[in-house]
Every structure is written in C-alpha cells, then in structure tokens.
Ligand binder design. Structure first.
Ligand SMILES: Cc1cc2nc3c(=O)[nH]c(=O)nc-3n(C[C@H](O)[C@H](O)[C@H](O)COP(=O)(O)OP(=O)(O)OC[C@H]3O[C@@H](n4cnc5c(N)ncnc54)[C@H](O)[C@@H]3O)c2cc1C
Length: 502
C-alpha cells in the first residue's frame, strides 16, 4: 500500500507540553512537508508551575541546539544536583536524592553493600558523605561534571530549575522561527468523523474551524480532545498517591543560591522549594481528605523565607493517567496524558519521552493500530515505574504522627513495589525494572534515606577485611569533601559561564 504521509498537525495548548512538542517537531521534522499549528488561549492560561527538572532535559535542549548559557539566562535557570527530602522517614530526617552515585563498587561489589555492612558492624558516616553531588549540593557549590571517567567529578549529572513561563516563551520563539503557526483562540467545539470517530476539526471562539490529520492534545488537566471528545477513560491512582491539591506562590531568595530542590514533608503532604535566579518557587502539595485549603495555604505562607511576590495559585488534580494516551488520531502529552504529582520532578521528562516515542512510532494516514498500541504500552510502563518510585517516598516512613502518614504507611502498595522493597530490606538488592527512568542510585538514595537498611549484605563483599574497607571508605569520604569544597559557589558558577539573567 502506498505510504500516505500526514500533512497537517495541530497542537492544542501552549503550556510547557505544547511548546516543547511544537519546538521538537519543527526541528526533527524539518525535512518533511508538515504544516504545524498550535492553538492556545490566553484567557485560559497555563498551569503556571513545573519548574524543576531531571537531567534528561539537557538532551532535549541539546538536540534542539540550544546554547545552555543563553537558555539559562533567558529562563532565569539555576543548576540542580538533586532533591533534598526533609522529614520523610522521620521528623527531623534529611537526605538528598542526587543525580549521581554514592561511592563506587569495591572488589566488584556495589558500594551500598559495603556501606550497609559497616553500618551494622562498627558504624559509619551517612551514605551521603560518600557522594560528591550531595556534598556539593550541601555546600552550595557547582561545576560541570568531568568527561574523564577516572575523575570523581565524573560521578554526577545535573538538571535545571527554571521559570516555566519563560521556558515556554523560549520554546515558542524557537518553534515560530521554524514555521510553527500560533493561533490564539479558545476551542469551543470538536467535530468527529462520523464513521471512524477520529477528530476532524476544532472550532474556536474566534470563528476559526481548524482541521488536521494528527492532533496532539496538550490542553492540560482538562484533556480537551483525549477525554472531552474521545472519552478514553482515566486510571485513578489516588489510593496510592492521595495528594490531590496544591497551592503555589513565589517569594524572593533570602539566602545563598542552592543547587537543589527541597521537598519538606508536612502533616498531609509536602512543600516544595525551587530556587531560580530571580525568585524561589514554593508550593504545598496536599491531600484534601486530611487538610483544608485554608490550612494548607497558611502552612505554606508560614514557611516562606520572604514575603510572597504574587497571589496564591490554587490547583486541583487527580493522580493517574489516561487509559490510552494515543487514541485514534489524538496523542495526549503533558497534563492531558496524566499526572503523578511533582515529588521527583518527572512531568516534563514524561513530555520529553512522549515526544520521542511519537517520533519513533510516527504514523501515516493508514493509522496502523499497532503503532498506537505499542506507544500506549511503553508510555503506560513509564508512568507505572514513576508511580512506584513516588509511592515508595510515602510508604517507606516511620511517621505515625498524623492520619495522612498512618494511611500512606499502612496502605497496600503495588506488588511490583512490594517485591522491590523486600529484596532491598533483605539483602540490599535493587530489583531492576526493565523500563523506567530511575536507576539503582535513585532507589538506593530513597531506601536508605527513608531508613530501609538491608538486614544482610552481599557475602562477596566480606572478602575485604573491615579494617581495609574502612581505610578505603575514609579516603573516598575525604576526597568527596575536598572536591566539593574546591568548586565555585553556585551563584559564581552561573556568572562565570555567562548564564546569569540580565
Ligand atoms: C502543583 C504542580 C507542580 C508541578 N511541578 C512540576 C515540576 O517541578 N517539574 C515538572 O517536571 N513538572 C511539574 N509539574 C507538571 C508541569 O507543570 C506540567 O507537566 C507542565 O507544565 C505541562 O503542562 P501542560 O502544558 O500539559 O498544561 P498547561 O500548562 O495547563 O497548558 C494547557 C494549555 O492548553 C490551553 N487550553 C486549554 N483549554 C483550551 C481551549 N479550550 N482552547 C484553547 N486552548 C486551551 C491553555 O491555554 C494552555 O495553553 C507540576 C504540576 C503541578 C500541578
């Protein structure tokens, strides 16, 4: 059968998802004859949050050819070495989940095995002292990782914290320069083809009727096409991730510029702190079954480091995902595809992943159902992997001081996660998922940070005498400390590379 290429693509929505998609498609498909249009409504606006990322964003930016210093200056971005979690395992606890390793394997045995052996016998420093990115984050310092695999400076990666509105603007000018046409208007109606049920066109309040072969639904939580028109259904995961509201507000920076995001557990949720060059983004994610909106806002305002710079932004959500993220000729991306709450800054990464998968399985007008089916299978897996990792943060706790923590501590968790936790608790084994963005070091950070300490260690590690091990560990610890102290301050580094906002 002759190939019948797609000619027209319409992206519905101009938030981070819409403009990331527009920018990526305009670049990756530049040799093809596509018309790409993006419809957005200033009246509706965007969700206005989503400022912390994971390291994969750098590959997205690089692929599009962004100059990193220019991108950082224009989005007022800072560097991010990880996330500090406060009060999660117990009140008073603090650990950092870094974008990097804890130590290195010794004698072919993973570092955390040696650490837990020493932890049980003679006692040992917290595992974070053997991680350069954590030590650098705690010291407020930053440098680019080294490409030399023998250097301690090669043991980490980094991400960004940026102004979401400015990032969308940055992507927009990139996409428009590559031919994407932006249409202002509020979509008021969606027309379906009578036989196939495919979306044929959308109508706006400006009187436009816009048709396309492929529609990408980036309309946010409302899922205008994927749910509103096609009613694909939603897998609700609130029984595992019960937080369902957030209130956000920016404030000025009161201290040194920290190269990490902070997530501080509260009575019925947690508060984020995301430092940008010009302000700090703050928000309280909470479960409305256990705390009122007023009490959540009061808790947030009470923990700000300076006066609020804007009115409170109140948001509601249901954790979960669409049953099909690609249905007929509609592919949902961003919040219209699902939402897993922002504890590990994964949403923007899931957008990036969805764009990559769409390009991998790009359809033509024959709409081979195998493409959508494989796309949906892979995206489902990604969402499930992230979901399990997030559940771990709530479930692995000793907190019993509020009804919220009692619920999440005792709730049944997915079998896949239960098995992983047991294997780690028993022997420090990190059971690998076949797909999923979080690698061993991330799971180890959260397990140990939230007090799941292996009861036994890998017996192969016992070949090294404890005294020898102690010497090696001590050398590594002092190397990490010295390397961290040798780095520039985060703010100085941003200035040195010309990434400061003007
Ligand atoms: C509390 C909270 C904190 C978050 N923190 C993070 C984080 O730290 N890191 C991270 O990676 N992600 C985070 N996220 C997720 C992140 O904000 C989103 O993934 C990202 O902003 C993408 O949103 P979006 O573009 O899908 O939706 P939106 O920003 O809601 O954009 C939707 C677009 O659709 C348009 N639209 C809607 N209806 C119509 C209509 N009828 N006609 C025309 N246009 C329409 C709107 O005008 C808008 O342009 C967070 C989310 C929440 C709720």
């Amino acid at each position: 059968m002759p190939n019948r290429p797609i000619e027209n693509i319409v992206i519905v929505g101009g938030g981070t998802a819409g403009w990331m998609t527009a920018a990526a498609l305009s670049h990756m498909l530049s040799g093809q004859k596509f018309a790409i249009q993006l419809i957005e409504s200033e009246e509706i606006g965007t969700v206005g949050v989503g400022e912390a990322t994971v390291p994969h964003i750098r590959f997205f930016n690089q692929k599009l050819g962004f100059n990193e210093a220019d991108f950082m200056a224009k989005t007022k971005a800072t560097f991010k070495l990880g996330i500090e979690f406060c009060n999660w395992g117990r009140k008073g606890d603090s650990y950092i989940h870094p974008f990097g390793a804890f130590g290195e394997s010794i004698g072919g045995v993973a570092f955390h095995q040696h650490w837990s052996r020493m932890h049980r016998s003679t006692g040992i420093y917290p595992i974070e002292e053997y991680s350069l990115p954590v030590m650098a984050a705690r010291a407020g310092r930053f440098a680019y990782p080294s490409a030399d695999p023998d250097s301690l400076l090669s043991t980490y990666s980094y991400a960004f914290q940026f102004d979401a509105g400015l990032y969308a603007k940055y992507l927009r000018s990139y996409a428009e320069a590559r031919g994407v046409k932006r249409i202002e208007g509020k979509i008021t109606d969606v027309a379906l083809e009578s036989e196939s049920g495919f979306v044929q066109s959308v109508q706006t309040n400006q009187g436009d009727s816009i048709s396309a072969d492929l529609f990408i639904d980036c309309s946010g939580f409302r899922g205008l096409l994927i749910e509103g028109a096609l009613q694909t259904g939603y897998d609700n995961w609130q029984h595992w991730l019960p937080c369902d509201r957030a209130v956000a507000v920016p404030c000025s920076i009161a201290g040194p510029l920290t190269p990490y995001t902070r997530a501080t557990a509260q009575d019925a949720g947690w508060i984020w702190r995301i430092p940008l060059q010009h302000r700090v983004g703050n928000g309280h994610v909470y479960c409305s079954n256990y705390i009122s909106d007023d009490a959540a806002a009061t808790a947030l305002l009470g923990q700000l480091e300076s006066a609020p710079l804007a009115a409170l932004n109140q948001l509601r959500f249901v954790t979960g995902k669409r049953r099909k993220q690609w249905s007929k000729n509609v592919v949902a991306m961003g919040l219209s595809a699902g939402f897993l709450e922002p504890l590990e800054s994964t949403s923007i990464h899931l957008i990036q992943l969805a764009i990559g998968r769409l390009l991998e399985f790009f359809p033509d007008k024959s709409w081979d159902p195998a493409l959508a089916s494989e796309y949906n299978r892979l995206m489902d897996l990604e969402y499930e992997r992230v979901r399990d990792f997030l559940i771990l943060h709530y479930h692995a706790t000793e907190r019993d001081d509020t009804p919220f923590w009692n619920y999440v501590r005792t709730m049944p968790v997915p079998d896949t996660l239960e098995h992983k936790i047991e294997m780690f608790r028993e022997r420090g084994i990190v059971v690998n998922y076949r797909d999923g963005m979080f690698l061993d070091a991330s799971w180890i950070a959260v397990y140990l940070g939230q007090r799941i300490i292996p009861q036994n260690n890998d017996p192969l590690g016992n070949a090294i005498a404890e005294a020898d091990l102690q010497v090696q560990l001590e050398r590594l610890r002092s190397d990490c400390r010295a390397a961290a102290e040798g780095l520039s301050s985060h703010a100085d580094f941003i200035r040195q590379i010309g990434a400061h906002a003007h």
